[in-house]
Ligand binder design. Sequence first.
Ligand code: ADP
Length: 448
Amino acid sequence: MFKKILIANRGEIAVRIIRTCRILGIKTVAVYSEADQHAVHVYEADESYLLGGARVAESYLKIEKIIEIAKRSKTEAIHPGYGLLSENAEFARRCEEAGLVFIGPSSEVISVMGSKIEARKQMEKAGVPVVPGITRSLANEEEAINAAEKLGYPVILKASAGGGGIGMQVVQNADELRKTFEGNQKRAADFFGNGDLFIEKYLKNPRHIEIQILADLFGNTVYLWERECSVQRRHQKVLEEAPSAFLDESTRQKMGEAAVMAAKSIGYQSAGTVEFLVDEEKNFYFLEMNTRLQVEHPVTEEITGLDLVEQQLRIAAGEPLGFHQREVKRDGHAIEVRIYAEDPRTFFPSPGTIKELFLPDGEGIRNEVGVSRQSVVTPFYDPMIAKLIAKGITRVEAIERMQEALSHYKVTGIKTNIPLLLQVVKHEAFRNGNTTTDFIAKYLQVKK
Ligand code: ADP
């Protein structure tokens, strides 16, 4: 096992990775920006190094500097967390070249899966069902209209390099497509450095259900069941749970096997997530693969009893998986909510200084937090400041515990989305398991 690793991230995920390292006796090196000098992850790590200015381009995205610090501090491996450089193939390649272990899959695999078009091609080849669509870059609006007519409207126009719910647009007809195509192409080029667009059929009220997989360096690949992430706002996840209230055993197994097949077909190693959309008839379609640890990994940890960061570290250190598929347990029900520093009326980020922070506790409650009292939430980074996870024997128990915990959660000095989260968990449709991706838009109106 490694003796020392560098964590190229910040916030709750950096703190969470440090926790597992401490259990395993691994020393940790934190990196931080000028705005994060007093951030929790800096205090939690064994060593910490300043990267540069507050903006991510001046700090957390500085590949050269991060590698130099890793070498200087004599670390053996780098954990990229999620977001930031975690799916940057160039970063993984530079780590490989510098003789540092990148805790994740190979740079080639990141590169293939980082392109939604390439990923679809690979999955089609491997026989994994993909969302009906046109698997090539569309040169212009005429090509897009021809393609859309073959699929039938509505369609969703997507940036091949897009992510985080950004770079997608639902299009109802040829007129709309004609008007928006060029603008989307330009935006994709500006935002992601790649203007390739493709289209998929826009599925009506699907569910977002994803499969967590683990693959070691010896060809052993297992799936750790599913997470349902249908509660979303503007195509971004808000609440996730495991297991899904919708799946039956046979579909669960088929999806798990398809995810393993997907991972094997590209020579995947490390923890990864194969995302699917599932329609009302329980047909499932490959959406994309995330080649990193997901924000919502704790719900899988809660039901399987596994520590996914530990598994990533063991795999990266060259250990074989310590268990077989049939030994992966599934016990109870877990729900996670993402706590954002945002105005619940406008959904705009709400930067400021946290005055009070009271974290709820109790049976089945887990907190993942990247801030403390007096922490300054700046506009420079993702506004997600914490996650709250509730586990119960049944889904009902997990919901009750989540509602109780949320109603005692206290953050002052900034605004948070806690009122919205409470509305979700109290809602009858959610309680009945009727959570399709339009849940928030359809049911919720946050009070002023
Ligand atoms: P990103 O990489 O930006 O997260 P995804 O392709 O993973 O984008 O999609 C994010 C969400 O957008 C999905 O969970 C779903 O709610 C919605 N979505 C994406 N593609 C489709 C589609 N073809 N039909 C219906 N909804 C979709």
